[in-house]
Design a protein around this ligand. Structure first.
Ligand code: GRF
Length: 181
């Protein structure tokens, strides 16, 4: 039987991780987001995916549980909050982070903050990491990493674009590895 993957997206998600997974043919049975006016909702529609809006008010954990019922795996895609432990205890959850963890991870390390820190430290290499999600930011077991060069002329924006491109194949490959597909 085909595996079922649920995707949980960020409030202001742009949908790049979601589009990467959909384009790679990952079987996405539901996409959950907190705001249907975010660009990621349009991406979900474009790929013909089921979309469910779930707000963060009381009972959030239970509503997530119901939405992801029957999913073999949950993928975070541009989602920046810690997940309720009821969800991480009962499901395998993956996230992709735009650095070579454990470097440049943790609370507040997201988006351009990560790439700015990498450039300020003079790193010659960066990349992305797919990891299992635990109750601590960016600390679960690493599933897959991919590397790319940092160029002398890089800005946080150009480095971000290079890493994001790398994320597409890396996230899909990590999902297949975890699903055993
Ligand atoms: C990327 O930085 C990725 O590493 C992280 O979220 C960003 C993509 O967000 N997981 P989105 O999918 O475009 O909303």
């Amino acid at each position: 039987m085909e595996k079922r993957v649920g995707v949980l997206v960020g409030t202001k998600g742009r949908g790049s991780n979601l589009a990467g997974l959909a384009e790679a043919g990952i079987p996405i049975s539901i996409v959950v987001g907190a705001d249907s006016s975010a660009p990621v909702h349009g991406v979900a529609l474009r790929y013909g995916l089921n979309w469910q809006e779930i707000g963060y008010e009381d009972g959030y954990g239970e509503r997530l549980e119901r939405a992801f019922e029957g999913c073999d795996l949950i993928c975070l895609a541009g989602y920046l909050r810690l997940l309720p432990t009821t969800v991480t205890d009962r499901h395998t959850v993956l996230n992709i982070h735009p650095s070579l963890l454990p470097a440049y991870g943790g609370k507040g390390m997201y988006g351009l903050h990560v790439h700015r820190a990498v450039l300020e430290a003079g790193e010659k290499e960066s990349g992305c990491t797919v990891h299992r999600v635990s109750e601590v930011y960016d600390e679960g077991e690493i599933v897959l990493q991919a590397r790319c060069p940092v160029l002398p002329e890089d800005t946080p924006e150009t480095l971000s674009a290079r890493v994001l491109e790398l994320e597409k194949l890396t996230y899909a490959a990590a999902v297949r590895k975890v699903l055993g597909a």
